[in-house]
Design a protein around this ligand. Structure first.
Ligand code: MLT
Length: 232
């Protein structure tokens, strides 16, 4: 199995027809995985708040507007991007229209891939199991931050690689090898807290989100994106 790592959403090329895992551990993909664990029906990713609001205006039954800019809830939206907001009483049975600075963009920009899985530390073992079942070449797409590398997503790419490497022979390039070394070097919590985006979230008062997102294997499901909707 050949595995490559895309370091940020600005470098998504050559993934056509491949199996992609999109990772925005702080916090978009962690939030999506949590929403599904708590009964959400679907997530629709949007590039902009305007697009999400327009869709909401047309079909607002059972829909919630969700997402952030600069880490905080968008004015007029129901939910921000803290996974802790996505409890069963709020999201069960709902379709979430979501727009975030990097995560939802990375997912939409991956739409030429053959299969698009949603990855985070929370569901990393389930993602690895699914990749082993599919047994195809894999591209781990790190959302990054504003088209720049971010340590937090790269660490989760490394975590998934380490989990795969225990069970299958992997052909890795040096970037994949570096991601593995990073993931092995420290606890996920420590890596997320030391990343730039982790520190920004701490400044905003979201330390609890980081502690939550660092829990490896808490959730055993793998959402996938069909080009329009994310479902499980
Ligand atoms: C993003 O998509 O950039 C993030 O998930 C930002 C955040 O809310 O932490």
């Amino acid at each position: 199995m050949q595995v490559t790592v895309v370091p940020h959403a600005g470098e998504i090329t050559g993934i056509s027809g491949k199996t992609a895992v999109v990772i925005d551990v702080l916090r978009a993909t962690s939030t999506m995985v949590t929403a599904f664990a708590n009964g959400a029906t679907a997530v629709m990713p949007f590039f902009t708040p305007e697009e999400a609001k327009q869709y909401y205006g047309w079909h607002n039954n059972k829909l919630l507007l969700c997402g952030e800019r600069k880490g905080v809830k968008i004015t007029g939206f129901h939910l921000g991007n803290s996974p802790l907001e996505y409890t069963g009483d709020v999201v069960a049975g709902k379709t979430l229209l979501m727009t975030t600075t990097n995560g939802t963009k990375a997912i939409k920009r991956s739409e030429t891939a053959g299969t698009i899985l949603i990855g985070s530390a929370l569901n990393a073992p389930a993602v690895a199991d699914q990749l082993l079942r599919l047994h195809e070449d894999v591209v781990l797409v790190c959302a990054g931050t504003r088209e720049r590398f971010s340590l937090d997503d790269f660490a989760v790419a490394g975590l998934i690689l380490c989990l795969l490497r225990e069970r299958v022979k992997l052909a890795m390039d040096d970037r994949a090898r570096a991601a593995c070394l990073l993931a092995e070097s420290r606890e996920m919590r420590e890596l997320l807290l030391m990343s730039n985006h982790g520190q920004y979230l701490v400044e905003l008062g979201f330390t609890e989100d980081i502690e939550y997102c660092a829990q490896v294997g808490k959730i055993n499901l793998v959402p996938y994106f069909d080009g329009k909707m994310i479902t499980i």
